[in-house]
Design a protein around this ligand. Sequence first.
Ligand code: FNR
Length: 384
Amino acid sequence: MLDKICSVEDFRTLARKRVPRMFYDYADAGSWTESTYHQNERDFRSIHFRQRVGIDITNRTTTTTLAGEDVTMPVALAPVGIAGMQHADGEILAARAAEAFGIPFILSTMSTCSLEDVATHTAKPFWFQLYILKDRSFSERLLERARAAGCKTLVVTLDLTLLGQRHKDIRNNLRAPPKITPSTLYQFITRPRWCLNMIGTGRRSFGNVVGHTQGVSDLSSLASWITEQFDAAFTWKDLEWIRTRWDGPMIVKGILDPEDVPKAIDAGADIIVVSNHGGRQLDGAPSTISVLPSILEAANGKVEVHLDGGIRSGQDVLKAIALGAKGVHIGRAYIYGLGACGQAGVTKTLEIIRNDLTLTMGMLGERDINQVGQHNLVSDSVQK
Ligand code: FNR
């Protein structure tokens, strides 16, 4: 069956059939009108490659480095909260797929499996994503746990101190496990294997913040919990505080405006991720690929710049790299594969992306991903 899957869109269709609808919608949704979410994808389409011929492209390589680590392609698995709703032990399976592939996996603060669960089931260090809680001693303990689990690279997400509204989650009355209604009962009957997996995952709910999440079982209690626990007063000074507590590379995620770039650098960021949270937070914000050139200009080579949002193929990865990103992070692209087929689905997604990458690089006349640049793009397609 997997050999018939050719694209991320194929996995999306399969995940929609297999994953209980409210969990699929949770992953697939954007905030409010979903305009930023769709713009992220759409803006890649208006960037055009320069096709070059007459070049020996027999041998091609996608290996490079991200945050100082050797990687087989410039792609990391983005942090995705409650991935266990897509597949039992979702984070462990995704981390294993990334490890076998030779790319970083980023574990969310809000993961189903804990730091310790993932460390037990993997051999190499993964990256940890931190949301800042008001309770600073709890945040410090999370950092200690991340270090003890072997994480060297920290990703601090700045664009979610308030939760963006996602209409689908409200309409679906999102909760885990789902409330038994005629509709969820129908889904149990038509998707039995996956629903049992979901229930099995209950034993690990919110592994990193366990003890802090009593009573959180549905969307409204989760939203209230975030309002109570996440620090809406967070400023650049707090980022400096985190910097003093983390020795390894610190990645700052959620930068979308060039004026925020020097602030992140001054607060100690080694890397920034151009991100709008996959269009799940500020609806009406620009797409990430459209702001990448201005962010790179503001960064002026002082930090590595990564990008996420809307990447669904190796061609999208190449476009971001050609515009100057050092690497990209994928969210939904691997989550669809995870929901549809577990670890094998994530692995297949990565294979599809790498295959797209190596073929497309050849058609651009490039042998080494580190040489891909603006010269590979039709110049008037770059600025929208
Ligand atoms: C996310 N994202 C996210 N980011 C983060 O820093 N911590 C988190 O816990 C989550 N949780 C989360 C859940 C789900 C279901 C999605 C889809 C996304 C945002 C994520 O890391 C990344 O920024 C986006 O997914 C990138 O956009 P694409 O690739 O999904 O279009």
